[in-house]
Ligand binder design. Structure first.
Ligand SMILES: [Zn+2]
Length: 145
């Protein structure tokens, strides 16, 4: 086991060396309550294997993470906990706000008046610029095959 895995708080939770309140699990992923919930029921879904970001996951882990996140969202809706909606939120890299460097999907209930805010202004670039960016991305996907 690498030092990264040895010291990673989420790996410790997977190994049951750190306490957590488990919500659900599958073969590849684990879902547990965050210790810093935005709203009650705020759950983190993680791969059992140490992986830093979404792009480090295997296709099977992506599928397992998505399935478990959906199950948690359905449980939130059926649980009776307050929530008129929910968010999926995943920060990848410190620039994106990632603070624990073991990939994790936040699944959290949203209330009409809960004051959750992402301050952003969405620009409206011309089609030619969108087409050029799409071309760059298609080229990157083609090169990765
Ligand atoms: Zn880890």
């Amino acid at each position: 086991m690498s030092d990264l895995e040895k010291n990673c708080i989420f790996c410790k939770i997977v190994r049951e060396e750190a306490e957590s309140s488990v919500v659900a699990e599958n073969e590849l992923c684990l879902a547990f309550l965050t210790i810093g919930p935005f709203n009650s029921g705020h759950t983190l879904v993680i791969p059992r294997r140490h992986a830093v970001t979404f792009t480090d996951l295997t296709p099977a882990e992506v599928a397992a993470l998505a399935q478990l996140s959906q199950q948690v969202a359905m449980a939130l809706q059926a649980s009776g906990l307050p929530g008129e909606g929910f968010n999926l939120w995943m920060a990848n890299g410190s620039a994106a706000g990632q603070d624990v460097f073991h990939a994790h999907m936040h699944v959290f209930p949203r209330l009409d008046d809960d004051n959750f805010r992402v301050e952003v202004s969405w620009p409206n670039p011309p089609r030619a610029e969108l087409d050029e960016v799409a071309r760059q991305l298609r080229a990157a996907l083609e090169a990765a095959r």
